[in-house]
Design a protein around this ligand. Structure first.
Ligand code: SAM
Ligand code: SF4
Length: 334
């Protein structure tokens, strides 16, 4: 058996997130500017290249694969890729195949995703108000996402909502979002806004709503108990005793989670980022295209893993946005 991927800080790499496109049918204010320039098609990994790359990682011990973007479900023929990854679920090498989506295309794809072996999806939704939804996504329409949620649950997919906590925007909807998820038996995770990419006229500090504050507000109405459960990722979970609901907090800024980080990310052009919050990356597209021999690719992957840093440097604490990284979240995939 091939040796697993272990980084310099003794963390085994078991989780791969892959962005399959930089394009999106929305233009969320914290993620993209309104006029984005997207990459030329030739720079993107083909579906065959994505398959080879993911399969190589799975051969090296990756057990969980999350597909993201941009919006993964706008990539042409993306179901071909999901269907192909199903073989690694069948063999038992892969434990979970999942995706993060804005939900706009779920009514079309939910059944097919289930058939490919997907059992859980993360759907990003920051507000339940139609006008505000159109404002935050610029191009999105809430009823379309609601239909997507219905389709996902009807198909048997377990849904988790991810909501970015935005000061002065969805603060007033905390309990509406919580009740909505309780009513539909969906998990809910809040994400602190991260300083990534130029987003036009928006101001990061204006957007930042600390999850410490959000939790304190939940505590005004519920008994909030910390759960031991960790996903190896940045989320921490609590249970609301009155509803039995699980709520996650992704707090890259107010809480450092790097010591247990078991993940790496790949962009749609085949760059590997071993830390979401650092600029450091290595190119895997050149080794992928230079030779049909997987050993060349494997070498490049191992080399990249030796460069995984200990952690990131995001910091809002001094009223300026420190540690900002220049790429957009849609480039690395959230
Ligand atoms: N388009 C899909 C979606 O929206 O779910 C997948 C890609 S999106 C980049 C992944 C996640 O990143 C979403 O939950 C989104 O809300 C989050 N995100 C984007 N920009 C962010 C930022 N600057 N800070 C925190 N989260 C961000
Ligand atoms: Fe698109 Fe997701 Fe970014 Fe919104 S957060 S613009 S849906 S990639």
């Amino acid at each position: 058996m091939t040796a697993p991927l272990i980084d310099p800080f003794e963390r085994a790499i078991r989780y791969l997130r892959v962005s399959v496109t930089d394009r999106c049918d929305f233009r969320c204010v914290y993620c993209m500017s309104e006029n984005m320039t997207f990459l030329p098609k030739k720079d993107l990994l083909t579906l065959e290249e994505l398959d080879r790359l993911c399969s190589t990682f799975i051969g090296l011990g990756v057990e969980k694969l999350r597909i993201t973007g941009g919006e993964p479900l706008v990539r042409r023929d993306i179901m071909t890729f999901f269907n192909a990854m199903g073989r690694h679920l069948d063999s038992g090498a892969l434990r979970e195949l999942t995706l993060t989506t804005n939900g706009s295309q779920l009514s079309r794809f939910a059944k097919d995703l289930y058939a490919a072996g997907v059992r859980r999806v993360n759907v990003s939704l920051d507000t339940l108000d139609e006008t505000k939804f159109a404002e935050v996504t610029r191009w999105g329409r809430l009823p379309q996402v609601m239909k997507g949620l219905d389709a996902a649950q009807e198909a048997g997919l377990r849904v988790k909502l991810n909501a970015v906590a935005l000061k002065g925007f969805n603060e007033g909807e905390l309990f509406d979002l919580q009740a909505f998820c309780a009513g539909r038996d969906m998990d809910l995770t809040f994400i602190e806004v991260m300083p990534m990419g130029d987003i036009g006229n928006e101001d990061r500090l204006d957007q930042y709503w600390s999850l410490k504050d959000l939790r304190a507000r939940l505590e005004e109405r519920f008994t909030v108990t910390d759960m031991a459960e960790r996903s190896g990722g940045p989320a921490r979970y609590v249970r609301l005793e009155q509803t039995g609901q699980k709520i996650g907090f992704i707090t890259p800024l107010s809480h450092n989670f790097c010591e247990s980080c078991n993940r790496v990310r790949i962009t749609c052009t085949g760059e590997i980022y071993t830390c979401l919050g650092q600029e450091g990356h290595s190119d895997l597209r050149a080794p992928l295209r230079s030779s049909p021999d997987d050993a060349v690719l494997e070498d490049a992957i191992r080399k990249a893993i030796t460069l995984k840093p200990k952690g990131h440097d995001f910091d809002y604490s001094r009223q300026s946005v420190d540690g900002q990284v220049s790429r957009h979240m849609s480039h690395t995939g959230g």
